[in-house]
Design a binder for this molecule. Sequence first.
Ligand code: KIV
Ligand code: ZN
Length: 517
Amino acid sequence: MDKNRIYVFDTTLRDGEQSPGCSMNTEEKIKVALQLEKLGVDIIEAGFAAASPGDFDAVSRIAEVVKNSSICSLSRAIENDIKQAGLAVGKAPKHRIHTFIATSPIHMQYKLKMSPDEVIKRAIHAVEYAKTFVDDVEFSLEDAGRSEIPFMKEVMDAVIAAGATTINLPDTVGYRLPTELGAMVKELSDFAGDRAIISVHNHNDLGLSTANTLAAVLNGARQIEVTINGLGERAGNSALEEAVMAIKTRKDAFGDLYTNINTPEIYATSKLVSTITGVEPQQNKAIVGKNAFAHESGIHQDGVLKHQETYEIMKPEDVGVFKDSTLILGKHSGRAAFRDKINQLGFDKVTDEELNAAFERFKILADKKKEVTDDDVRMLITDEALNQSKTYELVGLQISDCSNGVPTAAVSIKYKDAIMTDANIGNGTMDAIFKTIDRLTGYNGELKDYKVISVTEGKDALAKVTTRVSFDETSPAFVGHGLSIDTMLATAKAYLSALNSFLSQKERLAKTQEHQV
Ligand code: KIV
Ligand code: ZN
């Protein structure tokens, strides 16, 4: 084993997806997984297979398409969870089961209501059972950050003997300071020696998750569990981009330690995750925030122009931010220039169908907008890829009176080659649009969340709308994406997109269940 290699375990699709407002459907999870593979992530935690049929479906489909990263599913230390995890990851060329139980006094006493001995027995059984499905088993001592070291050593001895190959020490509630976490990892990684890889999984409740991850690496951890944009339960998890770039940038501190992350893919991955979830990183977020490489002050701008390193410790290109490459496309640009731009932006898996559809939309946009920028093109392609299920398509929208009269929307939708049109009034323009769509489609959506951002600056910017809509009580809310220079058009598209996503998931699950009968 290479002692300097830090394995990157990404849990955006599991811990990240657990954070409020971040749920993704199966197709979206597949897109993220393929991008994580391109980013060079070693292990992708694709979900919690036993959580629901939808989660099982997502993990097993990711296992079918990802070839280079290992695919992992989380499971509690419960036989059925482990079985579902084993079945779901089975088809991946490289796969892992990740099982866990809490080891802190507070969790054992109040949550599990189990004695330490019972916890150890359950842990051993979980690992032994997981081994009947896969060779590679990771065991997590949940709430390790608040667990007692002698007990953790007992658990580690037991689960390593049962076959666990990676031992994860989560700071589940983000409680530890870097000095404390570093000391804990040092003691436990010396204790494990060559018997297992020590991993860390740090939450950000005190804003210390990345500092803790780095302290752990300096003290012997060789796997880091991270998420894109730092998504995750509550205040989130340690961000992949921060930990990876710190190790890469501070060679003086980390010596020969390295990850296999293809860092120029970081920005595209961050964008894909924020586009899908609708959760944008804060503007001043390290590495991927909008301002991460922007210099506002004249003194800074002057310095960077004279010598980049005066105010930049990383090259923006190293994380995939190409500041000067906003090669503007215009209405005279042809399909070849458009294809070139898409390749340059790193979209190498775009199908001809997606390209043609995006090109048509680009032409319409270029007619209306002076300059079509990289971010516009990136958004057009992503929007096309995210809206592949087109059961219902918006073909026309007319709205009237937003001030003194009664807000009204007339909507035309294409469904199975027929065009249906209807109009309705509402408490506001959006309400009128949604009511009309509900009446046309026969589904009564409940809007849970609505976000609009402008893709670029300028009055003629594209509006990107993300909706989260619930269509029945039994399934989660579905995310919809709409993109247009007109915000209300983008809104109607995003609402229909959520409905299309709901319908295609329903259809897929019905087919899977049919197969199983
Ligand atoms: O935060 C945590 O403890 C977890 C475990 C399940 C690894 O997410
Ligand atoms: Zn976690």
